[in-house]
Ligand binder design. Structure first.
Ligand SMILES: NC(=O)c1ccc[n+]([C@@H]2O[C@H](COP(=O)([O-])OP(=O)(O)OC[C@H]3O[C@@H](n4cnc5c(N)ncnc54)[C@H](O)[C@@H]3O)[C@@H](O)[C@H]2O)c1
Ligand SMILES: [Fe+2]
Length: 376
């Protein structure tokens, strides 16, 4: 049996975050709302019109803006303690993947005494949660439409909470929020979204006709918009296409999960705090070449859909072109990762069985070492 799940209510409104109160209608009776965000997003003023909108409609609002990138468990637990005192009835995740993932966990944990450690893994988070609306301000993770939250649990380790109760009740896509994204974040998060779609299309266990359709639709938008969005951040059409593309890719990979690109990218974030999108961009094309013996057919289909050629190698060349033109770093040395870290990173990558099992070619320790060496 093949299945496809997604968020039931997805709204697309340029400038919609300014009318935030309108978008809470129907999400419960409570007028107490907590907004989960980070200092970068709040200092840019992205939530201010939304706050005015909520206050003018009689909502009491708590802003929790202390989310840090790659949310650590301890930060999430401290947030829950403070937010419980406020007693919210609705949770809004407002920002990139880090605030949205934090909001998913808070919606679960601020209404009962469940221990966060009991939620890690697949289908463990089935407790009741508060109503949840997610509003992305980056175009990358697709977290707004996934049933996943990624939490940093140690100095180098991350855990995933995966369960359908993590699908939000509602998503608001407002491309206006992404206009100020710096070029580097636009490029890295945009490539992350492309990786989601490519890995969903080659996901050996759960690939299905719907995830394929969403992956191709995502890649068409992302491939045509990523360079224009990097060149001119105020290009509204490009920003809109990036946000839609990232969401479509999120819908694809939440149903047909990612593979070894993510598996080899995670240790770069875990050990060296390289941003998630950049980690993926660094290992992407080498992992694709490794996958060619089994994935050539699928990569070739994508290349034809994108009109960049016929073969798997044509898609790899296209992704190399995008990396070149967006100017993302291309080597581990450029981001400060030394050669002597490779054995530990490869060992750590091999523990990411949740994603490696979806890869078209079995990933081995030796292959991981040689992929890292080639991008040194
Ligand atoms: N849940 C999922 O399905 C899923 C999937 C992939 C990744 N993730 C997780 O998502 C996180 C990464 O998320 P991300 O890449 O969106 O980055 P992020 O949320 O960590 O944000 C990165 C930086 O961008 C800034 N920023 C956000 N929006 C901005 C805007 N509009 N203008 C200017 N700056 C802005 C933030 O302030 C922050 O400094 C990681 O923790 C990763 O593990 C989750
Ligand atoms: Fe990702």
């Amino acid at each position: 049996m093949q299945t496809f799940n997604t968020v039931p209510d997805i709204r697309i409104e340029f400038g919609g975050a300014s009318n935030l109160a309108n978008h809470l209608e129907g999400l419960g009776e409570s007028k107490r709302v907590v907004i989960i965000t980070d200092k970068g997003v709040s200092n840019l003023g992205l939530i201010s019109k939304g706050l005015t909108s909520l206050e003018s409609k009689g909502y009491s609002v708590m802003v929790y803006n202390e989310v840090v990138a790659d949310p650590p468990e301890e930060m999430v637990l401290n947030a829950i303690e403070r937010i419980k005192e406020f007693n919210p009835g609705v949770v809004i995740g407002f920002g990139g993947g880090s605030p949205m993932d934090t909001a998913k966990v808070i919606a679960h944990l601020c209404i009962d005494g469940t221990n966060i450690k009991d939620l890690y893994g697949v289908n463990k988070a089935n407790n009741h949660r508060l109503p949840l609306i997610l509003i992305p301000t980056t175009a990358g993770t697709g977290s707004e439409v996934t049933n996943v939250a990624i939490i940093t649990t140690g100095s180098t380790s991350k855990e995933a909470i995966v369960a359908n109760s993590l699908y939000a009740d509602r998503v608001l896509l407002d491309a206006k929020l992404t206009l100020g994204l710096p070029k580097q974040i636009t490029a890295a998060t945009g490539i992350d979204a492309m990786v989601h779609a490519i890995e969903a299309y080659t996901s050996v266990i759960k690939k299905n006709p719907l995830s394929d359709t969403f992956a191709i639709a995502a890649l068409r938008k992302l491939q045509s918009a990523i360079i224009p969005a990097c060149i001119d951040g105020n290009n509204l059409e490009a920003r809109n296409q990036m946000l839609l593309g990232a969401m479509l890719a999120g819908q694809a990979f939440t149903n047909a999960p990612v593979g070894a690109v993510h598996g080899l990218a995670y240790p770069l974030g875990g050990f060296f705090h390289i941003p998630h999108g950049l980690s993926n961009a660094l290992v992407l094309t080498e992992v694709m070449e490794y996958n060619l013996p089994k994935a050539n057919h699928w990569y070739g289909q994508i290349a034809r859909e994108l009109k960049v050629g016929e073969t798997g190698m044509d898609l790899i060349k296209e992704m190399k072109r995008i990396k070149d033109e967006t100017g993302v770093p291309q080597t581990l040395s450029e981001v400060g990762i030394p050669a002597n870290a490779i054995p530990d990173m490869a060992k750590d990558a091999m523990s990411k069985t949740r994603v490696l099992r979806n890869n078209p070619v079995k990933m081995t320790y030796d292959a991981a070492v040689s992929i890292y060496e080639r991008i040194l």
